[in-house]
Design a protein around this ligand. Structure first.
Ligand SMILES: O=C(O)c1ccc[n+]([C@@H]2O[C@H](COP(=O)([O-])O)[C@@H](O)[C@H]2O)c1
Ligand SMILES: Cc1cc2nc[nH]c2cc1C
Length: 339
């Protein structure tokens, strides 16, 4: 069990928010964000996060060869270079909001040697095609979980006061949907969405792939580790380790789309209490992402029909979180107004 954020600081923030120069509750869920951040920082009022760091975990997925994505797997490696050069959507937003961006090749199906250090935590090339085989061996699962933990600790040592987790991987919405289905006892039909934009035939192939993976995993899927090994991937397992390490260190995380919700769904079972350190940046178009938000009791900051991943939804939500902290700290009290 992971130690929760400070209840005392959260309560103090709620008391302060109630006393600010505005009608009670008038800042709506912005007040919830401020109170959550106060709890995570053990500080009332909370400080706007200034040293925000985005980590994009990249990986390929064997299932992508089965026609479950609208794009070819080669895009994953190409996009790693776009992250490194700051030209991906997440790069543009990270620059706009003063966020440090680091991209890591966890399981890209290519031997990338640039940018320097991109392969420092590489586990393997691609992950198994989950409809017919496990995504990972037990040893690879352990290595990926450890890599994710190490990466989060590196980001925290670099000074992060808020972490954002992003993903890049053609085909990854298929294992993500499978993980969420297995975690919450949902069916393939309920969780599968169009990802990058598959047509009806692609959607049918994807639903069949998730159903086959769930049937293949069987009872093993009730154990969170076995579930990750059977239905996940190296990059998703690294994301699970990342979230657990962030929560263990008491550093808040702003969640993004389907990848981060799949990761958190497993992480919160492996290390109960992880979700308390996470806020939801946005609600994506993927049914599995929406269902996981509901099951975890998370209300998203934004609902913009985004389906990009990369951390983009979290980056777009970041200014709201920063404003929440600033308002809690700088507004006058109603009782102080000159009358
Ligand atoms: O974050 C989301 O909710 C999301 C929804 C649809 C697609 N994506 C991104 O698109 C890629 C996966 O889509 P697909 O169709 O190839 O499974 C991957 O790189 C994700 O970052 C992300
Ligand atoms: C071009 C492209 C960029 C992405 N970023 C996240 N997922 C993506 C998928 C594609 C296809």
């Amino acid at each position: 069990m992971i130690a929760p954020p400070s209840r005392a600081a959260e309560q103090a923030a709620r008391t302060r928010l109630a006393a600010l120069a505005k009608p009670l509750g008038a800042l709506g869920r912005v007040e919830d964000l401020a109170a959550w951040l106060a709890g995570c920082q053990d500080s009332c009022p909370p400080r706007p996060p200034e040293r925000v760091r985005l980590t994009v975990l990249a990986g390929d997925h064997g299932i992508a060869a089965k026609g479950v994505s609208a794009y070819p797997p080669q895009v994953t490696a190409a996009m790693v270079h776009a992250f490194a050069s700051g030209t991906a959507a997440a790069g543009v937003l990270a620059r706009q909001h003063g966020v440090a961006l680091r991209v890591l090749d966890i399981a890209v199906d290519a031997d990338l040697d640039t940018p320097a250090g991109v392969g420092a935590h590489k586990i393997r090339r691609s992950s198994g095609s989950i409809d017919v085989e496990d995504a990972l061996t037990a040893a690879e699962l352990d290595a990926a979980l450890l890599a994710g933990r190490a990466i989060a600790r590196e980001e925290i040592e670099a000074g992060a006061d808020l972490l954002i987790l992003g993903d890049m991987g053609i085909g990854n919405t298929t294992p993500e949907a499978a993980l969420i289905a297995a975690t919450f006892g949902l069916t393939a039909d309920e969780v599968v969405g169009r990802g990058t934009g598959v047509d009806d035939a692609g959607l049918a192939r994807k639903t069949a792939a998730v159903a086959a993976a769930l049937a293949r995993a069987g009872d093993r899927a009730s154990d969170p580790r076995a579930r990750l090994q059977a239905l996940g991937s190296a990059d998703l397992a690294a994301g699970v380790g990342f979230l657990i390490a962030a929560a263990t260190a008491g550093v808040p995380v702003l969640l993004d789309g389907l990848a981060t919700l799949a990761e958190l769904s497993v992480a919160d079972e492996l290390a109960p209490g992880t979700a308390a350190w996470c806020a939801a940046g946005h609600r994506s178009t993927e049914p599995a992402q929406r269902l996981a938000l509901e099951k975890l009791g998370l209300l998203p900051v934004l609902d913009l029909d985004l389906r990009l991943g990369e951390g983009s939804g979290a980056l777009l939500a970041l200014p709201v979180l920063r404003s929440a902290a600033l308002l809690a700290g700088e507004m006058a009290l109603l009782s102080d107004l000159a009358g």
